[in-house]
Design a protein around this ligand. Structure first.
Ligand SMILES: C[S@@+](CC[C@H](N)C(=O)[O-])C[C@H]1O[C@@H](n2cnc3c(N)ncnc32)[C@H](O)[C@@H]1O
Length: 243
């Protein structure tokens, strides 16, 4: 299970504590490495995912595991909402997000705060839409995290989750495995100076319940019309659900 895959296997801290530490460590190089290691494809995935919300025209959005804010910035560009709140357990990532919000003069639309997907500090039925990009794989308790996002979503509201998936077809699967187990940890270590972060990434993707398994979890916590869209040979996937 993904719960047992932690960034620093030798530490006694919980997965949540280790994940927060890891993102604090890599926050300054995160944006650069994201685009560099994905060859910029992550930008296309984010746009594609946010477009899933166009038809419901959400006014108030919660971006969970907002990190440095890139998914929320894309939502602002494409959806023009009144308000987006981003929450994250890593203060280091939020610090980078705050600087970007100020630089882009978006303080009136986008604000960020510390917050845990497994215990969101919002009332029930609050948001028109919820977005999460590359966050759910890092949750300590995935089911609890999904259930609390369901709780704060308005009836009729929609969730869009973007997450790495596992390509299954030859030769993409083999090429992907080589890239994520050899190339990615090498460059990740060189640029981020964190020895574990980019080894944890492929390990956590491998342990993550993707595709049908993830949809079953979404259904279990109450989402309706749960669906997945595979991107770039199944390297990533968009999951959507409605309350
Ligand atoms: C890979 S980053 C993604 C950041 C951003 N969404 C993006 O698309 O670039 C994953 C983020 O999830 C956050 N995270 C992990 N577990 C979380 C939880 N339980 N609640 C809120 N944020 C969490 C981490 O701190 C980290 O900033």
């Amino acid at each position: 299970m993904s719960e047992n895959i932690t960034p620093y296997q030798s530490q006694n801290a919980t997965k949540k504590e280790q994940v927060a530490t890891m993102f604090n460590n890599i926050s300054k190089t995160y944006d650069f490495l994201n685009h560099f290691l994905s060859l910029g494809i992550d930008i296309i995935w984010r746009k594609r995912a946010i477009k899933e919300l166009k038809s419901i025209k959400p006014r108030i959005i919660l971006d969970v595991a907002t990190g440095t804010g890139d998914f929320a910035f894309e939502a602002i560009n494409i959806l023009k909402p009144e308000k987006i709140i981003g929450v994250d357990i890593s203060e280091g990532m939020l610090e980078v997000a705050r600087k970007k919000i100020n630089d882009r003069k978006l303080q009136h639309i986008f604000s960020v705060q510390m917050g845990d997907s497994e215990g969101l500090q919002f009332t029930d039925d609050h948001f028109d839409a919820i977005t999460v990009a590359f966050g759910v794989r890092n949750y300590q308790n995935l089911e609890k995290g999904l259930a609390d996002m369901y709780r704060v979503l308005k009836p009729g509201g929609k969730i869009v989750i973007l997450e790495f998936s596992k390509p299954r077809a030859f030769p993409i699967k083999q090429a992907y495995n080589f890239y994520s187990n050899q190339v990615l940890p090498f460059f990740g270590k060189v640029f981020s100076k964190d020895n574990c972060a980019y080894t944890y990434l492929p390990e956590s993707v491998a342990a993550f319940p993707d595709g049908e398994d993830f949809i079953k979890l979404m259904d279990k916590v109450g989402f309706k019309k749960s669906n997945d869209i595979r991107l770039t040979f199944g390297i990533s996937a968009i999951y959507t659900g409605v309350k």
